[in-house]
Design a binder for this molecule. Structure first.
Ligand SMILES: Nc1ncnc2c1ncn2[C@@H]1O[C@H](COP(=O)(O)OP(=O)(O)OP(=O)(O)O)[C@@H](O)[C@H]1O
Length: 639
């Protein structure tokens, strides 16, 4: 295991004095005198314009009402943290220390422990309501753990502000099941009482909170999917060292704890993307079967890497029951969730829904970042193949030789560098599920011929020979290229085009969508569920008028950055939360075509016609207008 930076040797008093002198003289942190985490934090504190000595710079402090609101918004975290904090306070009793809980914004929410020390801590505002982000208070365990996303000890004069040098603090971040930082748990005390074991204690306590949060959030009945507990030993199941995974009904890994990431070699980015079949050799159907047959029974499973693990699986009735027929749309299935009020999107979703479960290949067109993959995933999750794999292959991202092996698989020893046991290939992995071929327009001609054969024959022949294997999958392809143009230029096979293009759907570019305000609001709710954020009115206007060349991808990343830059008590996103280049682009933004009455009414006509399968009487009825009015509008449209 890699040594934890927080546990390596602490700097001596001389090192720290020397480092501080250098910082004040040269304005940079000297190498080698400080622990790496502390050195990085000193550099950030200096860059934030903080002076190590002298008067304390201004730092925000929540009013009673603001603190009460923060406690209410984060009540789940606070409720689960409380008993753990009490346990921790008992462990450090008599050591002149207090236990603190801070939110992800550095706002201290709760304190427990030694009242005598608490009154000393009050003098440096180490109490609920104060904000301990690094930018206000320099290097400190809470702020530094938040900035680094790691457990950290900040001892004595390692604190950037000299006034905090009487403290020794150990803090560990608390993560949600999807990897977002929920807060920090901290033990702060008099620096003379420093104990090497405090950090390990705080880290275990943070794991306990994560474990409790995970467990209750994914309780069968409350969570509609499966909850998996995994451990190398049967006795480890049910303890806080167990790995936990939450699976959606379609098998996508929707949540994990840190132990699961370590045990299964996953990363936070994999959550929401990986299917359990990519992780475990035992397929989803088997897990579902066990869940019904003997929930909670410990069994042995194998990971894709071949390791044997003990597993307990539990799930709600919803997962165990038969899936609803695809023709009965659920109120809020994944496709419905994409319908945020734009007419073109609504019509695309309505038409896509009719294709679910039918053997018609779909060709998704739209600009880069418009959400084609998100749309394809939503179709998969809303259709009858949801329990099987969704396999996405980006044809532009791999060199020709690799795509061939990646897609069609290979026999053992087929080429140098191949896995000894061979590989089934992505097409076979999609068997029963959905194969999503992104950037299909970039597929090399030779592979187009092979793909065509697979689609015609319904079987795949692995590289290096071997017997053909029958495959059955729903096919969704996406491209932002003009395929007819590519065909005319001889870069795309016509016969393949007609095979792929069972039905073409074009997703609108973001600038064409009339639901941009709703998309902004939804994304903010998703990013910061605990707070109600507003956007400054002039900024909102600029966001809505901007052309968004990167579409949803660019909008989502802009809002993510803005939320990261918010101060803890901010309730509004303003220009200061945007990167300079985007601010500039927004201020000089050429306006997107305004949503005028004519285009709104024509979009409504399109939508009504799509919903009524082109039946004019039905469409007129849906619109609440006469057939003559509808014909007039259609004439206007054609003009
Ligand atoms: N409806 C949506 N709501 C919120 N975010 C979305 C939505 N659709 C897409 N996004 C965001 O945009 C990003 C890009 O989406 P996606 O990969 O589906 O686009 P794409 O059209 O397939 O892009 P490319 O052509 O470049 O592969 C996603 O990672 C997601 O963050």
């Amino acid at each position: 295991m890699a040594p934890n930076p927080a546990q390596t040797r602490r700097s001596s008093g001389r090192d720290l004095r020397e480092a501080r002198r250098e910082l004040l003289h040269r304005g940079s942190v000297p190498a080698g005198l400080l622990q790496p985490q502390v050195a990085r934090s000193w550099a950030r504190s200096w860059q934030a314009g903080l002076q190590p000595c002298g008067r304390m710079p201004g730092a925000p402090h929540a009013s009673g009402a603001q603190l009460a609101r923060a406690l209410d918004e984060q009540r789940e975290l606070v409720a689960h943290a409380q008993p753990v904090m009490q346990f921790l306070a008992e462990q450090v009793e008599g050591s002149d220390s207090i236990v603190l809980l801070a939110g992800a914004d550095g706002l201290l929410l709760q304190a427990q422990g030694d009242m005598h020390f608490a009154s000393r801590a009050e003098r440096v505002a180490l109490r609920p309501g104060a904000v301990w982000r690094e930018q206000y208070r320099g290097t400190n365990a809470i702020g530094t753990a938040l900035a680094e996303g790691q457990a950290v000890v900040v001892h004595g004069a390692e604190h950037y502000l000299e006034r905090n040098a009487f403290l020794t603090c150990a803090a560990a971040p608390i993560f949600s099941a999807t990897g977002s930082l929920l807060g920090v748990l901290d033990v702060s005390g008099d620096h003379r009482g420093f104990h090497r074991h405090t950090l390990a204690l705080v880290r275990s306590a943070a794991r306990m909170i994560e474990h409790r949060l995970f467990d209750t959030r994914h309780e069968p009945g409350r969570w509609g999917g499966l909850r998996l507990r995994l451990h190398r030993q049967a006795e480890g199941l049910g303890t806080i060292t167990e790995a936990m995974l939450a699976l959606r009904g379609d098998g996508v890994v929707a949540g994990a704890n840190a132990a699961a990431l370590a045990l299964l070699g996953l990363q936070w980015q994999d959550i929401g993307r990986l299917h359990v079949d990519d992780v475990l050799a035992d397929p989803l159907e088997r897990l579902l079967h066990w869940c019904v047959q003997s929930p909670g029974l410990a069994r042995v499973v194998h990971t894709r890497r071949g390791e044997a693990l003990w597993l307990q699986v539990e799930g709600s009735r919803m997962v165990q029951g038969p899936r609803p027929a695809p023709s009965v749309p659920l109120e809020q299935d994944a496709l419905a969730a994409l319908d945020t009020g734009d007419a073109a999107m609504h019509s695309a979703i309505a038409r896509a829904r009719k294709l679910l479960g039918k053997p018609i290949p779909l060709l998704l067109q739209g600009e880069s970042g418009a959400g084609k993959e998100v749309f394809a995933r939503a179709m998969h999750a809303s259709g009858p193949r949801a329990a099987k794999a969704f396999v996405a292959v980006n044809c532009a991202a791999l060199p020709e030789t690799l795509i061939e092996a990646e897609l069609f698989g290979y026999e053992r020893g087929a080429f140098t560098g191949a896995l000894r046991e061979g590989s089934p290939g992505r097409i076979r992995e999609a068997h029963g599920g959905t194969l999503f071929l992104d950037e299909i327009g970039d597929m090399p001609l030779a592979l187009q011929a092979r793909l065509l054969r697979v689609l015609q024959d319904g079987q795949v022949v692995p590289l290096g020979g071997g017997r053909p294997v029958p495959v059955d999958f729903a096919l969704v392809c996406a491209t932002h290229r003009d395929l007819p143009g590519e065909m005319a230029a001889g870069r795309f096979r016509e016969d393949l085009f007609y095979r792929l293009n069972g039905f073409a759907l074009r997703l609108p570019a973001l600038r064409e969508r009339s639901d941009r305000a709703e998309l902004v609001a939804r994304e903010l709710r998703r990013l910061v569920p605990a707070r109600t954020l507003a956007v400054a009115p002039d900024l909102l206007q600029a966001l809505l008028a901007y052309r968004w060349p990167g579409n949803m991808r660019q909008l989502a990343s802009t809002l993510r950055t803005a939320c990261a830059l918010l101060d803890p008590l901010d309730e509004e996103i303003g220009w200061e939360h945007l990167a300079d280049d985007l601010s500039q682009a927004l201020r000089g933004a050429p306006q997107a075509p305004r949503e005028d009455l004519r285009s709104i009414s024509l979009a409504a006509v399109d939508r009504a016609l799509a919903d009524s399968r082109g039946n004019h009487s039905e469409a007129a009825r849906r619109l609440g207008v006469s057939r003559n009015t509808l014909y007039r509008k259609l004439k206007l449209k054609a003009a």
